[in-house]
Design a protein around this ligand. Structure first.
Ligand code: ADP
Ligand code: MG
Length: 483
């Protein structure tokens, strides 16, 4: 597509590092940008806004995509992970030409010359913002740790084969922190399998006993606090605070990958605590040895205590979890429905829980019992995403069977309509039912070019419009493949 560059006053043709002209012509983006900023400030608060968002500058708007600049990669990544969604929504509401936003790094002009690729800490020298940030740290002084979710207890955690070992380790640490062999405790597993739940359970149990001080926070929060401390020159206080706890829990450590300075700080904190006989609990999405990008010495240290893996759920565990959650909700959910859910939603517990909650909320709202029918209806879109993945091989097989051609003709060079048409249908279905790209699909069909696949997709849609019998055939195949 041509560059439909219709609005880029803000990113005028001036070279990136030239001084801005004395008077920049007003851009139609100025007013909405002002409004977006005011709204953001209102939502996130002055301190948060000054720390992270004030340094955003406006780039060009092109083909509906608006570029926003940040002066460093670190800030860009942070804003992307925390505020991108909000920025997009606010922009769309303010200025309808904006459909997407793209966050890019553009060094602040004063710092542009002579600045090497510096880690994030360097930002403090560019930023005159230390006053409000130190306020953030001051606020944080009382709540260094994130609050614990009172629902995430050991009692509400359903134990089964995939998580029994991790559960036992967590219980052990909660009973007797800093036991030899259990320090650090490293919990790992995929998303939504209960790592955070177990960490909170440890914290809640210890808090209940009240004898030790516990700090739980995500690695992201750790980093945020650390940087805020650097900016406000209060790293000593930050360190002391951290090193004064009995149990330090850091969730989602994989977030520190590539953040060398924060890793370094964590490493020192870690050592100081362990040497002082305090307990460390860490979670991550991979085992220490698979966390590439983590400094070797930190990785080695992390693997020194107890490493416990939470495995993917089994059908039995999913059923037990659903039973427990349904019971707790007080709404009757028939066993058939629970089985259905446990079969259909296999990814993780969070989604399983989400599905059940939706059913329960629905039943509550309409005042009718949960049945298999209502379940299928209420969860239609959710379940669709969980339908099993169809492979191109399956598609080829089914389509070949349907029109009685040889499977090898899916990749042969024969062009007779009797084989070419089914082949096109198979390509069409491959595009519809799998996430493969056109070139990938082409390769599976005898190394055909992606343009051939594109042509097939278009041709089949055309034919479906013209010929209802053909459309029904294709539709039937699609439904069979989707199972
Ligand atoms: P992770 O931190 O591993 O991504 P979470 O601990 O946030 O996962 O778990 C996701 C959701 O699933 C939470 O609501 C949690 O309570 C629930 N959950 C996970 N595992 C279990 C379990 N074994 N028993 C009960 N609830 C669970
Ligand atoms: Mg988690």
């Amino acid at each position: 597509m041509e560059n439909a560059r219709y609005l880029d006053a803000a990113a005028a043709p001036a070279p990136a590092d030239a001084a801005p002209p004395a008077s920049i012509p007003a851009s139609p983006l100025d007013a909405p940008w002002h409004n977006v900023r005011e709204k953001l400030k209102g939502e996130v608060g002055e301190v948060e806004y000054r720390t992270w968002l004030r340094q955003i500058t406006l780039g060009p708007l092109e083909d509906g995509e608006l570029v926003l600049y940040l002066p460093s990669r670190f800030l860009r990544d942070w804003v992307r992970s925390q505020y991108e969604e909000r920025l997009r929504t606010l922009w769309r509401a303010e200025f309808e030409e904006v459909r997407e936003i793209e966050l890019q790094v553009k060094r602040a002009q004063a710092a542009a010359s002579g600045s090497v690729a510096v880690p994030f800490v360097e930002e403090e020298s560019e930023s005159p913002e230390s006053a409000p940030v130190s306020a953030a740290v001051a606020e944080g002084r009382n709540d260094l740790a994130a609050p614990l979710d009172p629902r995430y207890t050991f009692e509400s955690f359903v134990v089964g084969k995939p998580n029994e070992f991790a559960y036992a380790c967590a219980r052990r640490v909660a009973e007797k922190p800093s036991s030899p062999g259990f320090n650090p405790l490293f919990l790992y597993g995929g998303v939504g399998l209960g790592k955070t739940h177990l960490m909170h359970a440890i914290g809640l149990e210890l808090a209940r006993k009240g004898s030790v001080s516990v700090a739980y926070m995500s690695a992201e929060k750790f980093m945020y606090r650390f940087i805020a401390a650097i900016r406000s020159q209060s790293t000593m206080e930050f360190k002391e605070q951290l090193r004064s706890v009995d149990v330090l829990m850091i969730d989602d450590l994989q977030f520190l990958i590539g953040k060398d300075n924060t890793q370094e700080e964590f490493f020192h904190t870690f050592n100081a605590l362990v040497e002082a006989g305090r307990q460390i609990v860490v979670s991550a999405d991979k085992s220490p040895s698979d966390l590439s990008g983590l400094e070797d010495r930190l990785r080695t240290r992390l693997g020194c205590g107890m490493v416990a893996d939470i495995h993917a759920t089994t059908f039995e565990l999913r059923i037990s979890i659903l039973e427990a959650k349904a019971r707790a909700s007080g709404v009757h959910v028939p066993p058939k429905v629970l089985e259905y859910l446990a079969h259909k939603i296999t990814t993780n517990v969070r989604e399983l829980e989400g599905a059940l909650n939706r059913l329960i909320a629905h039943a509550d709202l309409v005042g009718r019992p949960v049945t298999l029918d209502t379940t299928q209806d209420v969860l239609k879109d959710m379940l669709k995403a969980h339908d099993r993945r169809v492979t191109i091989d399956e598609i080829q097989r089914k389509v070949a069977e349907h029109w009685n051609i040889r499977l090898t003709d899916m990749s042969s060079a024969r062009r007779a309509r009797a084989v070419a048409r089914p082949r096109q249908v198979a390509m069409f279905l491959a595009k519809q039912l799998t996430s493969r790209s056109l070139p990938e699909i082409g390769r599976k069909f005898g190394n055909r070019d992606h343009t051939t696949v594109m042509h097939a997709v278009n041709r089949v849609s055309e034919l479906m419009d013209q010929d209802t019998a053909f459309a029904e055939d294709v539709e039937l195949l699609r439904r069979m493949l989707e199972g």
